[in-house]
Design a protein around this ligand. Sequence first.
Ligand code: SAH
Ligand code: SF4
Length: 372
Amino acid sequence: MTDTTQKINLLGLSPAKMEAFFIAIGEKKFRAQQMLKWIHQYGEADFEKMTNMGKPLRAKLAEIAEIRLPEVVYEDISTDGTRKWVMRMPGGSSIETVYIPEKERGTLCVSSQIGCSLDCSFCSTGKQGFNRDLSVAEIIGQVYVAAMSFHGPGERRERRITNVVMMGMGEPLLNFDNVVDAMHLMMEDNAYGLSKRRVTLSTSGVVPMMDKLGEVTDVSLAVSLHAPNDELRNQLVPINRKYPIAELIAATNRYLARLPDRRKATIEYTMMEGVNDSLENAIELAELLKQVPCKINLIPFNPFPNSGYKRPSNNRVYRFRDHLVSQNHIVTIRSTRGDDIDAACGQLVGKVEDRTRRSERYINAVQLDSNQ
Ligand code: SAH
Ligand code: SF4
């Protein structure tokens, strides 16, 4: 029996780990760069086709290694260009990945965990509880699949994905090492070559890990705030009881201060009717955020069954925005895109036995208007 589980999956090796791999098998380290290109730029998963590797090396690789791709169980392309995949992970759970094209860029929303332990009150992923962390291969595999959907195997990849946001399922800072390695692959020239400004990690505020993140990378940061005071945030985002707003703001500023450029944080604020969308909330938020160089992204709540929350009317959203703008904040409102894909998703979710309607949130969540 050939046991593929024993083979090392090269898909998930960061540039540093790829070098270590080739050195460990007695090869020169430049092989790592060649392999990264084959996998991530050409989408080649067959060692035999890697012509610059030499026959004996190809044979050796076939024996000890593999390029194991995620299992795509559903793919859909909306008329507005939005693309959506459901990938089944070993163990049976599925995750979704969404690509949103815009005029000047294409943004991919990537998941970091199956489920989430943080249990924010308005989040369908949180309602599922935590299942497990995704491996590096499972995270970068989402980018691979999306990138490959624009070209055939072996062809050089077009740069259709210009931005990645870690805003899918899960809290990326609670799967720290795997997310950091995957982001390094996203930014590696011989892999996806994205600029650090165009890779964004979104966190609900795991403060100690924000500092750790600043020590190892300089990607862009999005902070899921959703409330202007601790009393309200404690109800919506339970991790706030551990790391309250003042600590979160301080950690955000420490992260920004480490960056070599004058980048701003994105503050995400999911708006729920009658919960956090009043003018008083806007006044308090405007004041609070004077302490942080930021852009504010208002996300009208995406309803899902039994959520207990409602999306506010456009007028309430505009009133909230107008106050923030009057206080000199930069504000964007995420609009819904890929409507026909949303509809498809309703059916899709049933088909793949996915219990949530995450795609709606993804489609809204990826529209970071960061002008990057
Ligand atoms: N765990 C991370 C990243 C994933 S969530 C975080 O919380 O930041 C990505 C974004 O989607 C977060 O800002 C989250 O608050 C938002 N979100 C979750 N559920 C939502 C819903 N039902 N409607 C609108 N936005 C939602
Ligand atoms: Fe987890 Fe983010 Fe959902 Fe909160 S909003 S439960 S942190 S995925």
